[in-house]
Design a protein around this ligand. Sequence first.
Ligand code: PLP
Length: 330
Amino acid sequence: MGALESDRLTQGPEVDAFEKEFAKAVEAPYAVSFSSGTAALHAACFAAGVRPGKTVATSALGFVASANAPRYLGAQVHFVDIRGDWNMGMADAGGAYALIPVHFAGFPHNSLFRMWFGGVVIEDACHALGTRTQDGPVGNCANSDFTCFSFHPSKAITTGEGGMVTCRIKANVKKLRQFRNHGFKLSRGWFRDQAELGMNYRLSDIHAALGRSQLVKLPQFIERRREIAERYQDELEGVVKLPPSDPHHAWHLFVIRHPERNRVYEALRKQGIICQVHYRPIYQNTFYKHTGSKCPNAEAYFAECLSLPIFPSLTDAEQTKVIKAVRDVV
Ligand SMILES: *Cc1c(COP(=O)(O)O)cnc(C)c1O
């Protein structure tokens, strides 16, 4: 309520507080908020110097926004195939200027990016708030230049729409803040100079206030997601192929695989169970056909994948219904 009664509805004290609290939660020195995860990725690419003539490598398996962000800046995208944990492999990204690895489904991408890759690293952690790698919480940028998060309602915490970029270098904070506010240089008094072509990607104080109250609940949200995942693992063992597991998994998605995926999808939908396919390899979209990419592991995954309902408010009875439906159909 404070945010609605305040005279600063945007870029006020709630935004500052949310950024500080978020940075603390993921053990990053700095966090800059945005109006969406896509805006966060776009801004990180901008701050990283992604521009025409550069190539950015990202996973073939993920949401289109990870590829679109470098495209907004005129760069080319190179799609990399996935490995056994469904995260992108590291061997094929050598020549790119920047790398955008995705912590797929919330499974920590444990690669030491810095050891393998000399360019800029922008982690897409939109699935992975609450996850840890061997270097600490995802978002601390121990092994990258930027980490991007989304607060879309399907994600670990939500502001309705919203996003965040974390980083370790103060000069990058300035670039990110300028970019989200039309490219205006930060200044005092009335004088304003637009030094770059930026956007209006600001998060409002109203959204930030929501984010603050959600962030406090993050540990319990993750705990509940882990509980649901554990039960799926116990009760669907030997029934369908189960997803790779990790003690620090954030379980944004719980993806089963079955050779007759479409039949399973139809049967579940008929019972009113919301299941979904995440994702078609990005390069198969019309817009990316021209890349001529071919990633056999991502295609084999796509042929069989189905995401079962997993969110903190899913009840035990609802989960029982999902498990029974899957057992019955296969
Ligand atoms: C949700 C998501 C995004 C985009 O976030 P929005 O807040 O919806 O713009 C980007 N990448 C991945 C992997 C996502 O899951």
